[in-house]
Design a protein around this ligand. Structure first.
Ligand code: NAD
Length: 295
């Protein structure tokens, strides 16, 4: 079994590290927050005094941090302390440019690297059912896959460095746009006197079918487990959707791609967030859509 350093033990990283312990790996964990370190200790990880201390002797280092600047800063600190030929994996959702810079840093230190953002949320992190979208060379991917398999059920090699982040933001741009589309359809159906169940029964088995409708339905009733039935408690908070749609727009601008609906979706979620709804599940956007009527 491998010796794995895990840095960033928040809502996602905490349960992911716990699953590596459960799988029999030796996990040396670190987070800036004492409560997160205590939880990881209770889950069976050894706790290091710093990021740098955690990576000493590690075969694999995993980071799960808020944004690109945190990842670059931690990788800059820990890479000089890592042995050549070991592996570093970043599972955070960050911008493609920072991911590429992180890969270049690792290469400079003779360390293999993968960007491996995830889909599946905190439920997937706890249940070890995440999807990992990976960018990196074949050797790094082959070395990282058995470790990622202990935290997820689907591990996809998307291409070279940065390709995992590219796949993640493209997927979440579809998600943001499709949730608004489904919400608009329900809001229109309400005005036309159509019941939620009738629209669901038709669209879920017709060409309007999509994940935002069938798994995360934004009105209560048709899909009992969707956050709409639980006062729109996340789930996936709207502030994270703003983050991902902004990463998609930054990437589109840098690459010269036209994403007019992605841009509009970003503006709509930003307005929802600015009205104090950042902590509301992203399917709560239907409330905002309803308010737009008549404006
Ligand atoms: P979080 O804020 O709960 O956890 C981040 C952790 O990183 C915190 O515990 C923080 O103390 C720690 N941290 C920050 N800087 C550090 C440093 N220098 N050294 C050590 N620890 C440091 O966030 P999260 O929900 O766990 O998300 C982590 C990443 O996963 C984000 O990039 C997010 O976009 C992505 N993500 C989240 C979800 C979700 O549903 N929460 C789903 C998919 C992807």
């Amino acid at each position: 079994m491998a010796s794995i350093a895990f840095i960033g033990l928040g809502n996602m990283g905490g349960p992911m590290a716990a699953n590596l312990v459960k799988a029999g790996h030796k996990v040396i964990a670190f987070d800036l927050v004492a409560a997160s370190r205590d939880q990881a200790r209770a889950d069976g990880a050894d706790i290091a005094e710093s990021s740098v201390a955690s990576v000493k002797g590690a075969d694999v280092v995993i980071t799960m941090l808020p944004a690109g600047r945190h990842v670059l800063s931690v990788w800059q600190e820990v890479l000089p302390a890592m042995a050549r030929g070991t592996l570093i994996i970043d599972c955070s959702t960050i911008d493609v440019e920072s991911a590429k810079q992180a890969h270049a840093l690792a290469a400079k230190h003779g360390v293999g690297s993968i960007d491996a953002p995830v889909s599946g949320g905190t439920g997937g992190a706890k249940g070890a059912t995440l999807t990992f979208m990976c960018g990196g060379d074949d050797k790094a991917f082959a070395a990282g896959k058995p470790v990622l398999e202990k935290m997820g059920k689907k591990i996809v090699h998307c291409g070279g460095g940065g390709a995992g982040q590219a796949a993640k933001i493209c997927n979440n741009m579809i998600l943001g746009i499709s949730m608004i589309a489904v919400s608009e359809a329900f809001a229109l159906g309400e005005k036309l006197g159509l019941s939620h169940q009738a629209l669901f029964d038709v669209a879920s088995t017709s060409s309007g079918q999509c994940w935002s409708l069938t798994t995360y339905c934004p009105v209560p009733g048709p899909v009992p487990a969707s956050p709409a039935n639980n006062d729109y408690k996340p789930g996936f908070a709207s502030v994270l959707m703003v983050k991902d749609l902004t990463l998609a727009q930054d990437a589109a601008n840098a690459a010269g791609a036209a994403t007019p609906l992605g841009k509009h979706a970003q503006e709509i979620y930003k307005a929802f967030d600015a009205a104090g709804n950042g902590a509301v599940d992203f399917s709560g956007i239907i409330q905002h859509v309803r308010k737009l009527a008549g404006k």
